[in-house]
Write a protein that binds this ligand. Sequence first.
Ligand code: 5SP
Ligand code: FE2
Length: 219
Amino acid sequence: MTIKVAPSILSADYINLQKDIELIESAGAEFVHIDVMDGMFVPSISYGPAWVKALRPVTDMVLDVHLMVEQPERYINVFAEAGSDIIGVHYEATPHIHRALQQIKNHGIKAEVVINPGTSVAAIEPVLHMVDQVLVMTVNPGFGGQKFLPETLEKIARLAEIKREKGYDYDIEIDGGANDETTKLAYEAGATVAVAGSYVFDKVDPAAKIARLKEVTSD
Ligand SMILES: O=C(CO)[C@@H](O)[C@H](O)COP(=O)(O)O
Ligand SMILES: [Fe+2]
């Protein structure tokens, strides 16, 4: 088995996005990670549902939408209708995380709960039975190119333990500062999906970077 790779288009070439999408897909990436930022929950503003709609017909990769927005309930329907396969909502962004996850599932797509580095696994235990994926932020959200926070490894291991104990089958995704070294550590702790933005796109050969993430996690 190897980790599933989810390149984040936050670090892609927006003018030639289709070229980057084709490149990562042919290199074996399973997911494409779409970071939606509202300028409130995080300082940056990125892109909206029109991007998901535009990407849908040009790829078979899983469209993995990470909503970094306040009160994500306001936007779940439009992102689902745009063609998202997975929608992730932050525990910290709504007082109604259970309802937000239900709202995603009502569209017949996968629901993901996301936790910031300062949030414990215990906070989301009551909703783990209903999620398809848990995203452990391995940096504070808002920007690409930050350094992986090693203290998040403990949370990955705890989520893997709960998964085994309770017989859940959610994917455990990491996001932020992923490279060949940090992805290997996260994989060993139990991560099954790695988001990688700058590591994949900032260097000369994205396909080689994807292959490297697969190589360091093959067992
Ligand atoms: O959600 C986010 C940032 O908030 C990410 O998905 C970034 O796009 C990851 O970028 P790298 O740390 O891999 O450069
Ligand atoms: Fe992300």
